[in-house]
Design a protein around this ligand. Structure first.
Ligand SMILES: [Zn+2]
Length: 429
């Protein structure tokens, strides 16, 4: 069996785990009773306690994880000693002694997350349970100047931490979600399309030196999928995709309960999938690519051409276009049929992409999110669901559900922090 490879770059003391049994389709993994994988077993048990939400007894954990009762007891004692779990009460099955219930202690550890976007940089602090403790966003005032942005990030993180009142030694690390392409091995962003001037920015090394924290870097769409798995509505789904609509468009994939990162950690670049043969020309030479035809820039161009929105000197600026998607959606909310038609055309294109994703990876769920999704979600969802249901090839075998993320506009930043929780505490094969 091949050992698992963690594709993100980690500097500092964030733990790495290798080896162990294969994944179960249920999402939980079976433990091993071998002594040398005690650390893996700790993760398996902690993962089971975390997912149980309402608490588990040691006996239930033994059944759930496949570990021997004594092994579960030993692991629980270690987790109790570290303050990661607590005994919170008793449960009774009606037979024998009542059993002590174990629950996660969310306030025992925390993780920081940063999402670098051409429009906004978002900072979040999560507790061990994946709950949002603090967050703030800053508009990217000079998005082309990496040095200026990097200089502000460490101080912004200090402000976030100071405001939360949480001791620094409870912070496990800092996760960064960034647009691709990424040099994961080198911990760097490499010429992202919407951040000209960011030729090679070594985020991991620079932020580790600035904060002293372990740092993990991953693609923003992958981070969004990890967020959905840890803190969102897909915690029980072993096969799902996250369709991220922001300044760019991309897909995060989870298959067989494994986050799919690809050969170089850059999986999910779906921007040039053709979704409308009569659509707008793309820089790649094709017409109707998803990333162009469903981009905020094109939606706003259509809205201006149709007279829904006034022309603006910033109409060619992608960053401003993302912010103006809300105005287009409000016009549709107010009954402007031209605005409704623009969103309807965009939904048809998105539906083609969602069906292709579903057919390609045989998934059961596509979660949509991102800043260009949020204001349009209530228009898109009722249109997407019947379109997808009609065209999904496996529709007689299983459904392909389409939902909006419940994590809001901060989903990629939450995902960045979840990368740290995932790195430290998720049981992986
Ligand atoms: Zn293209």
């Amino acid at each position: 069996m091949a050992a698992a490879r963690r594709e993100s770059t980690t500097i500092g003391k964030a733990a790495k785990r290798e080896g162990g049994p294969p994944a179960r389709s249920s999402g939980l993994r079976r433990g091993s009773n071998l002594e040398h994988v005690a650390d893996f077993n700790d993760s398996v048990v902690l993962d089971a306690i975390r997912r149980a939400r309402t608490g588990s007894s040691r006996a239930e954990l033994a059944v759930e994880t496949g570990l021997a009762a004594q092994t579960v007891s030993d692991v629980c004692q270690r987790l109790l000693d570290q303050g990661l779990i607590a005994e919170t009460g008793t449960s009774s099955t009606g037979f024998g002694r009542p059993r002590r219930t174990l629950e996660l202690v969310p306030a025992s550890r925390y993780a920081l997350g940063v999402h670098i976007d051409p429009a906004t940089i978002t900072y979040v602090l999560l507790d061990l349970g994946g709950n949002l403790v603090a967050h703030f966003s800053r508009q990217t005032s000079s998005p082309q100047d990496a040095d200026v942005i990097m200089a502000g990030m460490a101080s912004a993180l200090d402000v976030l931490l100071a405001g939360s009142g949480i001791e620094r030694d409870r912070i496990l690390g800092l996760g960064i979600a960034a647009p691709g392409p990424l040099d994961i091995a080198g911990g760097a962003m490499v010429d992202p399309p919407h951040l000209p001037g960011w030729h090679r920015v070594e985020l991991v090394d620079r932020l580790h030196r600035a904060t002293g924290l372990p740092v993990v870097l991953d693609k923003d769409v992958t981070a969004a999928a990890v967020a959905e798995r840890w803190a969102g509505g897909a915690t029980g789904n072993s096969d799902f995709a996250f369709l991220y609509l922001g300044t760019g468009v991309g897909v995060g994939l989870v298959s067989g309960d494994i986050v799919v990162r690809g050969r170089s950690g850059n999986a999910g670049d779906i921007g040039h999938l053709i979704v409308d043969v009569d659509g707008p020309p793309c820089g790649c030479g094709q017409r109707g690519c998803l990333g162009t035809a469903c981009s905020p820039l094109f939606l706003i161009q259509e809205a201006v051409a149709a007279g829904v929105l006034p022309a603006s000197p910033d109409d060619g600026q992608l960053v401003q276009a993302v912010r103006r998607v809300g105005a287009l959606c409000r016009a549709a909310d107010d009954g402007d049929e031209r605005a409704v038609a623009i969103l309807h055309r965009s939904a048809r294109r998105l539906a083609r992409a969602i069906v292709t994703i579903g057919n390609l990876v045989d998934t059961e769920l596509v979660v949509c999110g991102g800043p260009a999704w949020a204001p349009a979600a209530h228009h898109y969802l009722p249109l997407l669901r019947p379109m997808v249901a009609e065209r999904f090839v496996m529709r007689e075998i299983h459904d392909l559900s389409v939902v909006g993320t419940g994590l809001g506009a901060d989903v990629a930043a939450i995902g960045a922090a979840c990368l740290i929780l995932d790195e430290r505490f998720a049981a992986r094969p």
